[in-house]
Design a binder for this molecule. Structure first.
Ligand code: C5P
Length: 222
């Protein structure tokens, strides 16, 4: 099987602050984009990254010397559009697709390999899941608690998410609403999605706090 990764990296990263798109921010001296590509590179045959307009040259520079061939496309206004555009740039030979957020640079390669292995073993769609440690409540617009949700049935979902290519293309082709992950589009087709254990290090860089945490984790690895 030929495996490719799509890295949606076209977000602005407003919640992180600053003028540089989030994927091009540095974590301990290396862009989130490069770290996220490196996290998947040993499990895939090629990578397509989707970046904001005018960031293609910077992306090519960031990806020089990566462990597998990379291609760069301009992403869209939403994450879903960015993944859709990248799907159209995949080589015809690709039959398994991973979608991995550029905003998750520290996902351990072992989780990536487990996602690929689950697709190889026959799953049409695979997502890494981690337990939800906090109590979860639903609230109204004023912040008043409506209910406490039973967290034993809840997991938080990370990336990379792995798919049979035909399934992911069909899911994106018929998508009627904007979803925050690709598995939701597959679920909408009624196709089963399975989980593999995720990892806390696969957290999404969203706020300045997350940058501090990522740099501390990288420092503790050396
Ligand atoms: O904004 P958020 O962190 O949820 O975005 C998740 C991933 O989707 C990020 O890697 C971001 O760069 C990407 N994205 C994208 N195109 C957009 C918006 C987000 O590729 N228009």
């Amino acid at each position: 099987m030929t495996v490719a990764a799509i890295i949606p990296a076209a977000g602005s990263g407003k919640r992180l602050g600053g003028d540089t798109p989030k994927a091009f921010r540095l974590i301990a001296g290396t862009t989130l984009l490069r770290r996220s590509v490196d996290a998947v590179a040993t499990s895939v045959d090629s990578v397509v990254v989707a970046v904001p307009p005018h960031w293609c040259v910077a992306a090519q520079a960031a990806l020089a010397g990566a462990a597998c061939p990379t291609a760069v496309v301009v992403g869209g206004a939403t994450r879903q559009e960015s993944v859709f555009v990248a799907l159209t740039a995949l080589a015809p030979s690709v039959d398994v697709v991973l979608v991995h957020d550029a905003a998750r640079p520290l996902m351990p390669p072992a989780v990536v390999a487990a996602v690929v292995a689950a697709v190889h073993a026959g799953a049409a769609a695979v997502v890494p899941a981690v337990p939800v440690p906090d109590t979860v409540k639903s609230v109204d617009a004023a912040g008043r608690v409506i209910a406490t949700v039973d967290r034993t049935a809840l997991v938080a979902i990370q990336t990379p998410q792995g798919f049979r290519r035909d399934v992911l293309e069909r899911a994106h082709g018929v998508a009627s609403a904007v979803a925050t992950d690709d598995a939701a589009l597959v679920e909408a087709l009624g196709i089963p999605v399975v989980t593999v254990p995720g990892h806390p290090a696969g957290f999404k860089i969203t706020t300045p706090y997350d940058v501090v945490l990522a740099e501390a984790l990288l420092g503790s690895r050396t």
